[in-house]
Design a protein. Sequence first.
Lengths: 145, 145, 81, 81
Amino acid sequence: MSGQGAVLRFRLSEQPLSIELLRAPLSHSQAGAFASFEGWVRDHNDGRAVQGLHYEAYAVLAEAEGRRVLDEAMSRFAILDVRCVHRLGDLAIGDLAVWVGVVAAHRAAAFDACRYVIDEVKARVPIWKHERYVGGDAGWLHGSG
Amino acid sequence: MSGQGAVLRFRLSEQPLSIELLRAPLSHSQAGAFASFEGWVRDHNDGRAVQGLHYEAYAVLAEAEGRRVLDEAMSRFAILDVRCVHRLGDLAIGDLAVWVGVVAAHRAAAFDACRYVIDEVKARVPIWKHERYVGGDAGWLHGSG
Amino acid sequence: MSVSLRVLYFASLRQARGVASESVLSSATDLAGLYRELDAAHALRWPQPQLRVAVDGAFARWDAPLREGSEVAFIPPVSGG
Amino acid sequence: MSVSLRVLYFASLRQARGVASESVLSSATDLAGLYRELDAAHALRWPQPQLRVAVDGAFARWDAPLREGSEVAFIPPVSGG
């Protein structure tokens, strides 16, 4: 259904992410350009002080849709490979929430694909953020990106 | 002259680069987005098989011009910080030649600044690449990007 | 004639319903009708045009008929990243 | 009246000249004239409009006069990254 055979380009992770492990599969002797994006948990959002947050997903659909996004990136841009991992569960300020890495021969395609992936993941993949604010209240965020 | 006080955002390095050390100064509690670009030594260029390469710089001017590019990025984009390091000396296939890292509250500015920096560094900073090809010949490259 | 389904709720929809999933016996003719029933019963709060719907782990159309034994998820606007 | 300078060569310009730097005594009136003299003497190969020029570590204009004791660098198109 995802059309990408054995390579799992998109993953959800309940565990903290290691940049080094995420990067490892992307080294490539034809690659001249590596572009990456990381979403980190900020200490504020919309003017409110954030204490921490929690991500939940509809996992089976999030994985299918995430893989679809990465398949689209592979076919639309002149890139050699692309990966994306999104955290689930509880995260603290500064934690890595999402990582995108792209390798290509040249930089324009690497940048374009990287941006496409994070834009589409944020718009389409069923993952939701629950923020806890300083002061004690909390709430689900819905699609303001 | 570079207008950035004590922070050395741009550096040349004769030594191999460690991604972890490069990233360290960019963590920031207000940062929601981290974009980075890496230039790696490819095994081919313009259809020729590359064995390795060498970078040389007019160091004093390269550092001044590199810092100017990063100052421009700081003032043009809504970013929190930006760094760039460029290797000099002998490099092998797969080695990291240049690294750009940007932190921002939001991703659009991080991507835009990252791309601006690598484009300008490649266009303006006096660094030259000397490629050695499989077969034994070699030559300087000049400004094709 | 009614159909038995499993319904999943996420994020603020789950908060509004108070449970993450439930078994439902519905006589609605399509997924939009199923949402109308559940919204009327439990005040789910989201206008249907702002939601997406999935059946058995794949996005579906609101006018798709209900399938016996399927798993239906209502998807509020996502906020990953 | 002539001026003594240090001239730096990089990349293929250095390769063409055979040295990385040299002391030059020039009677040219500006940096463009200095390059013409050196190109005539050593066949540096690059047309001046494709080069940039720097004095004492800062980019300069080709019509700037020569300064006694300064360091002049001819900058062929760069290829970092």
